[in-house]
Design a protein around this ligand. Sequence first.
Ligand SMILES: *Cc1c(COP(=O)(O)O)cnc(C)c1O
Length: 407
Amino acid sequence: MYIPFSPPRIDDRTIEEVTAALRSGWITTGPRTKKLEKMIADYCHVPQVLCVSSASAGLELMLHWFGVKEGDEVIVPAYTYCATANVVVHCGATPVMVDVNDDFLINVENIRKAITPRTKVVIPVDIAGYPCDYELINALVAEPEVRALFQPQTPEQHQLGRILVLSDAAHSIGAQYHGRKTGSLTDVSVFSFHAVKNLTTAEGGAICLNLPAPFDLEALYKYLCTKSLHGQSKDALAKTQIGNWRYDVLEAGYKCNMTDVLAAIGLVEMERYEEDMLPRRKAIFNAYTEAFKDDERFQVPEYETAQRVSSYHVYPLRIKNITEVQRDAIMQAIFKREVSVNVHFIPLPMLTCYKNMGYKIEDYPVAYDNYSREISLPVYYNLTDEQVAFVIDAVKAAVEVEVKTEN
Ligand SMILES: *Cc1c(COP(=O)(O)O)cnc(C)c1O
């Protein structure tokens, strides 16, 4: 029995909807994309949602919107996917990496220590689908002393008057913090709909706009529609109206709009996300926790408390008292049993690109410890109970063999 890590849920319903989009004659941004935006806005209780071609593009678009540029600093966790920091580099700004907690999430006191007069944005990441401590993060950026340090340089920065909280919610659609859904917890949040994410459009993402007054979010939504389409005053759909051909370009914008063919996948995903997808993922998480929690060799992740509920994206199991080399050996032994596992993530300071910029993993001991003992287990809708049991057996057997040989 071969168990893949995270295949998408594609069935007849998905294929029918994509086919309908293709047959409709409208394949790029149009009615299906707009419908998906509306569904996400309703689901997350956010005033405005813009769908884009990826979470990376969405994060970058919002950094550009806020005017982040060379000389600016953006605080990111050391423990995340490279996209979180790469987009900062694309703006010419400096990613300031901070260490995380034992729960994989950015440490708020470390954010505080990293704030300087150059700090423009903080990007917390909901690793594995577990929301960061947003009450603390939002309170931190609003503190009078922290506000006083902020040096606004663009109209948007003046209007906000403080550090922007831009959450990388790539993993966490459907997660909850203090009874509120992710997307509605920070100034701006960005979801990913990449093929391996909880809710997919093959490639895609959504920007949730939640900025405080006096920002006009409807106007901002319209502005971002053009900014994600070369700054063109009319989109393709508007231009198809007979005689409505003339357009203008207001600025050198980007090209990162979502297509209706892909939005079709997202519509089907959204329809069955809360009722069908999340409960199945939760059941798999619970089965793993049941199997590993009383075995002292394992450290199970936190994913549900009275205040916080995960979207059950990644199950980050850790093995106690092992080295990185032992972890790698355990993974090989699991692969031999035809179970696909993964590591989320290699901390940024360990990647050549960031090492070359001078970041050192020694400065992020918790990120390293989390990484060196972590193995992500398969979680997806079509994973059966029998397969879950097979994964559990494979992991236990691998740990049994590897940890014994080493000792
Ligand atoms: C997947 C991922 C992204 C990027 O999402 P894309 O839609 O592929 O651009 C960003 N951050 C994290 C933490 C991710 O896992």
